[in-house]
Write a protein that binds this ligand. Structure first.
Ligand code: CUO
Length: 669
C-alpha cells in the first residue's frame, strides 16, 4: 500500500513536495514550511514533480465554499477533477496530482474526487479511503463539539482527555414530533452509509465511474429499503408513516435546524422553519437556474412512461420498460444519473429536488447563503424533508412495479423444499424476541480538527444497539442435495391503527435483513445464521473504525473502508421496537437457486453488504429483481402475507422489546 494519507499514531507520514507545489502564499517561505514537521515524521514520502495541471474551471469553486454535487456547477467541476485523478498514468502521478491540488482546490471537493478516484482506479483497489466522519466531522456532529474539542486539546494532555459527549437531544426537543426518530435520522452510521453509497454509485462523473451493473435498479432498491426502515422507526415511536410530498407549491410542514457548522466555509448550515414554500431558483453566482415547472414536467413525463410502459429515448423512439430491465432504466431516469436514457426529456427532478429544497431560504442568493442539510448526501438524511421527498421518488418505483406481472406460484416456489420452522434466538432474550437498548461509542475526530497541539479527540455519542441473535431455520429437502437462496425479511405486523395489513401495503414495509446461499442435504436441515453475518450490514467496527473499547463482537479493528465501507450499520439492523414489545413478522424463504445464481467469483471481494451495495467490479450477485419476492403486487386472490406463502416460505411472529437503558463505553486502555 502506498501511503497517501497521514497515518494515525505517534509518528506521522510527511510528504516532501517539490517547491513549486506550494501555493503562492507559501512559496516565499517554501523550505522552512517543508521542514516544519520533520521532527514529528515517522515516514517521509517524496512526491515526484509533474507539470502542473490546468485547474482553470476547478478553481471556480472557492476554497471556503460548501460543496454539493446537486449543484450543476459543482457537479461539472467535480467531474473535471475526478477525471484528472482517474487519468493519471500511474500511482506516482496520481499521488503528485493529489499533492499538487490538495492546497489549491476546495477541500470537500478534493476529498470527494480523491475518494471516487481511489474507489475506481485499478491500482488503488486495496487502498483505504478515510471515513468522512473523521476527515469532516463537521458534517456529523453538533458544532458546539468543536469549541469544546479546542479547549480540551489546548489544556488537557493527551491520555488525560475525556470524550466530548454529544447529548441525544441536541437538534430539537420533544415538542417536535419528527424529533422522536432523530436517533435514526442523525445516526452517524446511517449518514455515513448514505454518503458512501453515493460515492460508490455517483450519478455523474466520467461514464466508467457511473456505469455499473444494475445501478439504476439499486438506486431504487437501496432508497426503498431506507424508506421502509425509516417508516418502521416512525411506527415504533407512535408516528404515522411519512407524508409523501405531492405538490411543490404547497407549504412544507417539515422544519429542520441542523446545528452543523461547516468548518471549511466557516458558516452554519441554514435551518428551515415550518411552512416554507419552494420557489424557482435563480442563483447567478452558482450558475444555476431552475423553474419548479420543469420539475413538474419531468414528473408528469415519468408517470406517463410508468403508466404506458414505454419511455422516449434520446432519438425520440418509444422503448419498452421491460419486466426485468425496466426498473434499471427507470431508476436512472428518475435519479437522474448520467445513464439517463433521455435527460433532455425526463429532466433531473430528484437531484433538483434536493437542491431546490436546500436553498429554499435563499433561492436567488440575495443573502449569499449556502445550502441546507438536504443538499449533500452526507447530511441529507438528517432532514425530515428528505423522507417526504424520497417518498415521492419511491412512489414512482412502487407504481411502476405495480404494473408488472405478479409472481406466479411457480416463480415463488421451490419443489420439494419446505421451511418447517423459524426461530429467533437472541442473547439474553426469550425465543422470538429481539432486544434493543442504547449504547455509547467514541469516535476519534482529530484527523478532521485542524488545531494544535494534536492527538486523539474523542466524541462520544449515543446510538441504538441490539443483542446479537441467530436465526435458526429448519428446512426439509425432499430432493437430492442442492442449494437455495435464503431470504429473510422483517416488518411490522400491524398498521398505525393496530389492524393487520393487506400485503399490498405491508410489502412496502418489509425490510430485507439478510440474503445468503444455503446448501441443502436430502432430508432435514437446520440452518443457523448469525446477525453479524448479515448481507445488508457492515460490522460495527467498520462504522466506527477507531473505537478501541466497546466492541461487542470483540473482533480486530478493521481498516478497510473502500467499497467495504458501504453498508447498513450493524447497530441499526433491528428497529427500535417498543417497551411493551413491537409485534413483527419475520419472513423466511428458500428460493430456487436456478433462477437466483450469478456465475462469477466473488473471492476476496468485499461483499459484506452486497444486498444494498453490490460487489465492486462484479455483477449484482442475485439474478432476481431486487426486492424479490415483495417487489410486485401479490398474485390474484392473495391479500395477506399468510396467503402469499408457498411451502418454501414461512412467517414467524416475533417482537422487538426496547429497554430504555444505556451501555456506557468501557474505559480505554
Ligand atoms: Cu440518496 Cu436522494 O438519493 O438522497
Amino acid at each position: 500500500k502506498e501511503p497517501i494519507f497521514t497515518q494515525k499514531g505517534d509518528k506521522k507520514t510527511v510528504f516532501k513536495v517539490p517547491p513549486n507545489f506550494l501555493t503562492n502564499r507559501y512559496q516565499s517561505i517554501g523550505i522552512e514550511l517543508q521542514n516544519r514537521f520533520d521532527v514529528d515524521a515517522g515516514e517521509q514520502v517524496t512526491i515526484n514533480n509533474i507539470t502542473p495541471p490546468n485547474l482553470g474551471n476547478i478553481l471556480q469553486l472557492k476554497r471556503d465554499e460548501n460543496f454539493s454535487l446537486f449543484f450543476p456547477k459543482h457537479n461539472r467541476i467535480a467531474t473535471e477533477l475526478t477525471t484528472l485523478f482517474l487519468r493519471a498514468k500511474n500511482l506516482d502521478e496520481f499521488q503528485s496530482l493529489a499533492a499538487y491540488t490538495r492546497d489549491r482546490v476546495n477541500p470537500y471537493l478534493f476529498n470527494y474526487c480523491l475518494c471516487v478516484a481511489i474507489l475506481h482506479r485499478k491500482d488503488t483497489r486495496d487502498m483505504d479511503i478515510p471515513p468522512l466522519m473523521e476527515t469532516f466531522p463537521d458534517k456529523y456532529v453538533d458544532s458546539q463539539v468543536f469549541a469544546k474539542a479546542r479547549e480540551e486539546v489546548n489544556i488537557v494532555p493527551e491520555g488525560s482527555r475525556t470524550p466530548i459527549e454529544i447529548p441525544v437531544d441536541y437538534t430539537a426537543s420533544n415538542l417536535e414530533d419528527e424529533h422522536r426518530v432523530a436517533y435514526f435520522t442523525e445516526d452517524l452510521g446511517v449518514n455515513a452509509h448514505h454518503w458512501h453509497w453515493h460515492l460508490v454509485y455517483p450519478f455523474s462523473g466520467p461514464l466508467e465511474v457511473v456505469n455499473k451493473n444494475r445501478r439504476g435498479e439499486l438506486f431504487y432498491y437501496f432508497h426503498h429499503q431506507l424508506m421502509a426502515r425509516y417508516n418502521i422507526e416512525r411506527l415504533c415511536n407512535k408516528l404515522r408513516r411519512v407524508r409523501r410530498m405531492v405538490n411543490f407549491r404547497e407549504p412544507i410542514p417539515e422544519a429542520y435546524y441542523p446545528k452543523l457548522d461547516s468548518l471549511v466555509a466557516n458558516r452554519a448550515y441554514p435551518g428551515r422553519p415550518s411552512g416554507m414554500t419552494l420557489q424557482d431558483v435563480n442563483r447567478e453566482q452558482d450558475q444555476w437556474k431552475i423553474d419548479i415547472k420543469e420539475m413538474e414536467t419531468s414528473i408528469a413525463r415519468l408517470y406517463e412512461a410508468i403508466h404506458s410502459g414505454f419511455y422516449r429515448d434520446a432519438n425520440n423512439r418509444m422503448q419498452p420498460l421491460t419486466e426485468f430491465e425496466g426498473i434499471d432504466i427507470l431508476g436512472n431516469l428518475v435519479e437522474a444519473s448520467a445513464l439517463s436514457a433521455n435527460p433532455a426529456y425526463y429532466g433531473n427532478w430528484h437531484n433538483f429536488g434536493h437542491a431546490t429544497l436546500s436553498v429554499i431560504h435563499d433561492p436567488d442568493l440575495r443573502h449569499l447563503e449556502s445550502f441546507g442539510a438536504i443538499g449533500d448526501p452526507a447530511t441529507s438524511m438528517r432532514d425530515p424533508v428528505f423522507y417526504s421527498m424520497h417518498a415521492m421518488v419511491n412512489d414512482m418505483f412502487v407504481e411502476f412495479k405495480s404494473t408488472l406481472p405478479r409472481y406466479t406460484v411457480a416463480q415463488l416456489g421451490y419443489d420439494g423444499v419446505t421451511v418447517t420452522k423459524v426461530s429467533l434466538q437472541s442473547q439474553n432474550s426469550p425465543e422470538n424476541q429481539f432486544t434493543t437498548f442504547w449504547q455509547q461509542s467514541d469516535v476519534d475526530m482529530s484527523r478532521g480538527l485542524d488545531f494544535q497541539p494534536r492527538g486523539a479527540v474523542f466524541v462520544r455519542f449515543t446510538h441504538l444497539q441490539h443483542q446479537p441473535f441467530n436465526y435458526v431455520i429448519n428446512v426439509n429437502n425432499a430432493g437430492a442435495a442442492r442449494q437455495g437462496t435464503c431470504r429473510i425479511f422483517l416488518g411490522p405486523k400491524f398498521d398505525e391503527r393496530g389492524n393487520p395489513w393487506l400485503l399490498v401495503d405491508q410489502k412496502n414495509l418489509l425490510v430485507e435483513m439478510d440474503r445468503f446461499i444455503v446448501n441443502l442435504t436430502p432430508g432435514q436441515n437446520v440452518i443457523t445464521r448469525a446477525s453479524t453475518s448479515s448481507a445488508v450490514t457492515i460490522p460495527f467496527e467498520r462504522t466506527f473504525r477507531d473505537v478501541d473499547a466497546n466492541r461487542p463482537t470483540g473482533g480486530p479493528a478493521l481498516d478497510q473502508f473502500n467499497f467495504c465501507g458501504c453498508g447498513w450499520p450493524q447497530h441499526l439492523l433491528v428497529f427500535k421496537g417498543t417497551p411493551e414489545g413491537y409485534p413483527c413478522h419475520l419472513f423466511v424463504m428458500i428460493s430456487n437457486i436456478a433462477d437466483d445464481r450469478v456465475n462469477q467469483s466473488t473471492e476476496g471481494q468485499c461483499n459484506d453488504a452486497a444486498v444494498y451495495c453490490g460487489i465492486r467490479d462484479r455483477l449484482y450477485p442475485d439474478r432476481r429483481s431486487m426486492g424479490y419476492p415483495f417487489d410486485r403486487a401479490p398474485r390474484d386472490g392473495v391479500s395477506t402475507l399468510q396467503q402469499f406463502l408457498t411451502p418454501n416460505m414461512r412467517v414467524q411472529d416475533v417482537s422487538i422489546v426496547h429497554q430504555n437503558r444505556t451501555i456506557r463505553p468501557r474505559a480505554r486502555t
